[in-house]
Design a protein around this ligand. Structure first.
Ligand SMILES: [Zn+2]
Length: 237
């Protein structure tokens, strides 16, 4: 199959057309013509077949071969036998059918091209999907490993928390647990440089003065977020 060459033109036909020169004659005939016997007497000496009607064969041949332009009649045709009008009508019908066939062939080629493009796009997407699946599997494995590590740390922290909790007053522990429940897991926050480490807001002078005046074992809470404030040397008091 050659690009730009009609598939009707087989290798023998192309070879014969290529070998032709000025003055050589080509006969296009249908099956009613005594083709075999005439062909044996030609320069080529053999019959060439094209599996198509004469108009289609002619169109295919003229797509690759120029006609002599310096002679009066570059083409001739056989004399019409029978009713010329009937034959003319049939020829018009043939031409119309040929146009329809050509149009359908063009459509088919276009659809094939679109199918090919869609297939390429589909293959690309399938490749991307495979990559994404591999990434998901990798990320899931990494996440599971991190979750296992976090679970391990939580276990250790729980073990450390046990003895500490035992020493705390029960009402303070209850307050802490309630706040932790309602404040996204953070019931107590560091008071650092005058700011609440829970809601990150700065405490005003009056609040800081109140905290400064409080006893060491008083439970201090942020006025903004209600969390228990833990005082240290960096609290800015
Ligand atoms: Zn706060």
């Amino acid at each position: 199959m050659l690009k730009g060459i009609s598939p009707l033109l087989n290798a023998d036909v192309l070879h014969a057309l290529r070998a032709m020169g000025h003055g050589d004659t080509l006969v296009l005939s249908d099956t009613n013509f005594p083709s075999e016997s005439v062909a044996r007497k030609t320069v080529l000496g053999k019959l060439l077949r094209i599996d198509a009607t004469c108009p289609r064969a002619a169109r295919a041949i003229l797509s690759v071969m120029p006609l002599d332009s310096f002679v009066e009649h570059a083409t001739d045709r056989m004399e019409v036998v029978g009713n010329p009008k009937d034959i003319q009508r049939m020829q018009q019908e043939m031409v119309s059918l040929e146009r329809r066939i050509t149009s359908l062939e063009d459509d088919e080629i276009e659809v094939m091209e679109r199918l090919e493009e869609a297939q390429v796009a589909l293959d690309k997407l399938a490749g991307e999907l495979t990559d994404t699946d591999a990434q998901i599997a990798e990320t899931t494995t990494a996440r599971d490993a991190q979750l296992a590590a976090i679970d391990g740390s939580l276990g250790e922290l729980d073990a450390q928390r046990g003895p500490l909790v035992a020493e705390l007053p029960s009402d303070l522990l209850a307050l802490y647990d309630r706040l932790r429940e309602s404040k996204g897991g953070v019931g107590a926050a560091l008071l650092r440089a005058g700011s609440c480490g829970g809601c990150m807001l700065d405490l005003d002078h009056a609040e800081l003065a109140t905290i400064r005046a409080a006893a060491d074992d008083d439970v201090i809470r942020c006025e903004e977020c209600s969390r228990i404030l833990v005082r240290t040397s960096e609290s800015g008091l």
